[in-house]
Design a binder for this molecule. Structure first.
Ligand code: GLV
Length: 326
């Protein structure tokens, strides 16, 4: 008999096919989002979970499924999973790093350009039929080329963002838990390490790419926004909760900073409605990794992790090696 696994959200049929070669798969191609009780109910009797960032895999969920052996998340971020509880229960947890670095960096740039150059705002104006004449000062924005970008969270995606700045003749400053090696800094357009406050004062534009954890909650709030330049753009492609969204909305209203490009929100998809009242924002619904090849690579990576984990191998992207039984 094949082991039984749950795939919580709709995914490419090819990936269900791959999983079905190894497992009895309960899939959800109608794409209902399971709440905690439904997730617990559906997990009963399963040994593997192919999860998504929309699933709250809490300690409670984990403890309610005694036979569960692996949780393989289709995302690089895994703050939706209580990894400590999984480790304690001997459950392997994996994510999908690397395959989404370049695509997510692309979206960071798209939001930076759209917000700083007021692309979204001017398109709304055009679509509303308000464009009656060209004017010398219509939709003046901030320059990207020649400016200094500040990257907070200089992991693989942050470094991919920094590398893209070479073509725009830009300077890069960064802040991170640990400094990069001199070689990594050189490759990332000679990025210069700064403390967070100095970075916020120095950068013309700031891009957030750090993982969410209780320690990074509200990394950017009212005090941090007040340090930024009034001409600056803030981009959040990291996770909801890294930014205090209410404080950001207030700063954008007051002109504390010029603009923002936001892909991730506190309490998404039920984001703060104050964003919709603002013109100086470019907003996208958590699509950082959303290109077909990248989402396919993420789904395949998560499936391969699950196949390895349930066949006694070390999954390629194991996050909690200490969970493996000796
Ligand atoms: C998406 O947000 C991810 O973490 O991969």
């Amino acid at each position: 008999m094949k082991p039984t696994v749950l795939v919580t959200r709709a995914v490419f049929p090819e990936v269900i096919e791959l999983l079905s070669q190894h497992f009895d798969v309960e899939s959800n191609q109608v794409d209902e989002v399971y709440g905690e009780d439904e997730l617990k109910r559906r997990l009963q009797g399963k040994v593997g979970l192919f999860s998504n960032p929309t699933d709250g895999v809490s300690a409670d969920v984990i403890r309610s499924v005694p036979g569960l052996k692996a949780v393989c998340n289709m995302a690089v971020g895994y703050n939706n999973i209580d990894v400590a509880a999984a480790t304690e229960a001997g459950i392997l947890v994996t994510n999908t790093p690397d395959v989404l670095n370049e695509t997510t960096a692309d979206l960071g740039w798209a939001l930076l350009m759209a917000a700083a150059r007021r692309v979204t705002e001017s398109e709304h104006y055009l679509r509303a039929g308000l464009w009656k004449k060209w004017s010398y000062d219509g939709f003046l924005g901030a320059d990207i080329h020649g400016s200094t970008v500040g990257v907070i969270g200089m992991g693989r995606i942050g470094q991919a963002i920094a590398r893209r700045s070479i073509g725009f003749d830009m300077q890069v400053v960064y802040h991170n838990r640990s400094r990069l090696t001199p070689e990594q800094e050189a490759y990332a357009n000679h990025a210069r390490y700064l403390g967070k406050e100095e970075l916020l004062r120095t950068a013309d534009h700031v891009v957030l790419v750090l993982p969410y954890s209780p320690a990074s909650h509200h990394t950017i709030g009212a005090a941090e926004l007040a340090l930024m330049k009034p001409t600056a753009t803030l981009v959040n492609i990291a996770r909801g909760g890294i930014v205090d969204d209410a404080a950001l909305i207030d700063a954008l209203k007051r002109g504390t900073i010029a603009a923002a490009g936001i892909d991730v929100f506190e309490n998404e998809p039920a984001f703060n409605p104050g964003f919709l009242e603002l013109k100086n924002v470019a907003l996208t619904p958590h699509i950082g990794s959303a290109s077909r090849p990248t989402r396919m690579a993420m789904a395949t990576t998560a499936a391969r992790n699950l196949i390895a984990a349930l066949s006694g191998q070390v999954p390629p992207n194991l996050l909690n090696p200490e969970a493996r039984q000796p």
